[in-house]
Design a protein around this ligand. Structure first.
Ligand SMILES: Nc1nc2c(ncn2[C@@H]2O[C@H](COP(=O)(O)OP(=O)(O)OP(=O)(O)O)[C@@H](O)[C@H]2O)c(=O)[nH]1
Ligand SMILES: [Mg+2]
Length: 321
């Protein structure tokens, strides 16, 4: 395995990334995304520098204004002198084509500011899954000194819920006047929200949506953190300061209550398990066509010579030895 100790070019790349150099950060992210052979050694260099960023997830239906809000938050944090990293994740992009993602992040792209780094991730079916990849990209940005890391995800589904686990503070964006408000708010997605934002509050139906959201929150199990409902008009920069304040308060709450550490632990547990699963799958597949490998076992399963449990045990033993 490549190691920065033995590879000065890699060590230099890590060093330049850690000092905040954009091109190095971009390269580091690409290597992580591709699970390049250099990735583990680079991550080893970066890890001691992680754990400082406040990771904020922004999620919600297509077109609800997530990117516009992200832009506004970037401006707000820059005013506060904080550096910002953004990961725009689109789990649907291979289905809809790259052009849509291009369009989605277009509004986020025009940043010359050295204090801002924006990256989009487009591909479904990455090794280890989208959430593993998102976690790695967040780690790179964290290590490279971004004090705020925003993860924008589109869609409503498991991908989004998984990706949200990378965040300390998850914001669910809703818009008024979308017809059946309740339908737009899937219970599972509401559960991951630490803050609810009614964006496009310049439109009709804000109070109706507000009442719906309050009712939905009332049904959820009581938690010490009371999920606030905020109103924004991102396109006119309205409500952003309040939003940023609530985001700060949530972090304070997480740290004071001990939930920060609990969540970190739970996330690391998930990640560790999924890494182990990934590695086992990789090994099993690598020896698929060798004697006693998966192909052989499938044939024996077909002939009823072996049962699934025994076959699985055999594969596990072989792949771990
Ligand atoms: N009226 C109104 N329009 C807004 C507001 N915020 C954003 N928009 C508009 O809504 C459209 C979609 O905004 P985006 O920020 O791209 O939404 P998004 O959620 O990032 O969209 P996807 O990434 O494609 O899911 C744009 O045309 C914005 O200008 C708002 O507060 N009021
Ligand atoms: Mg967007």
């Amino acid at each position: 395995m490549a190691s920065p100790q033995t590879n000065p070019a890699l060590l230099d790349l890590a060093r330049r990334g850690l000092s905040g150099e954009r091109r190095a950060i971009a390269r580091l992210i690409t290597l992580m995304e591709n699970r390049a052979p250099e990735a583990p050694a680079l991550m080893h260099e970066l890890i001691p520098h992680t754990g400082r960023a406040h990771v904020i997830g922004i999620t919600g239906s297509p077109g609800s204004g997530k990117s516009t809000l992200t832009n506004e938050l970037i401006k707000e944090y820059r005013r506060q002198g904080k550096s910002v990293g953004v990961v725009a994740v689109d789990p649907t992009s291979t289905l809809t084509g790259g052009a849509v993602l291009g369009d989605r992040i277009r509004m986020l792209e025009n940043y010359q500011d050295q204090g801002v780094f924006i990256r989009s991730m487009a591909t479904r079916g990455q090794l280890g899954g989208l959430s593993a990849m998102t976690n790695d990209v967040v780690r790179v940005l964290d290590a490279c000194g971004k004090e705020i890391v925003i993860v924008e995800t589109v869609g409503v589904g498991q991908d989004e819920v998984d990706v949200a686990k990378a965040a300390h503070t998850t914001i669910l964006v809703e818009v008024p006047g979308m017809g059946d408000d309740i339908q737009a708010i899937k219970a599972g997605v509401l559960e991951i929200a630490d803050l609810l934002v009614i964006n496009k509050a310049d439109r009709d139906g804000v109070e109706k949506l507000n009442l719906h959201l309050q009712a939905m929150l009332g049904l959820a199990p009581k938690k010490p953190w009371r999920v606030p409902i905020l109103k924004t008009v991102a396109a006119q920069s309205l409500g952003i300061t309040d939003l940023a304040e609530k985001i700060d308060q949530h972090l304070v709450y997480l740290k004071a209550s001990g939930e920060y550490l609990q969540r970190e632990k739970a996330r690391l547990r998930d990640e560790l398990l999924s890494r182990v699963r990934e590695e086992i799958s990789r090994r099993v597949l690598r020896s698929e066509h060798q004697p006693g490998g998966m192909a052989d076992l499938i044939a024996r399963l077909e002939n009823r010579e072996v049962d699934l449990n025994a076959a699985a045990q055999q594969l596990l033993q072989q792949s771990l030895s």
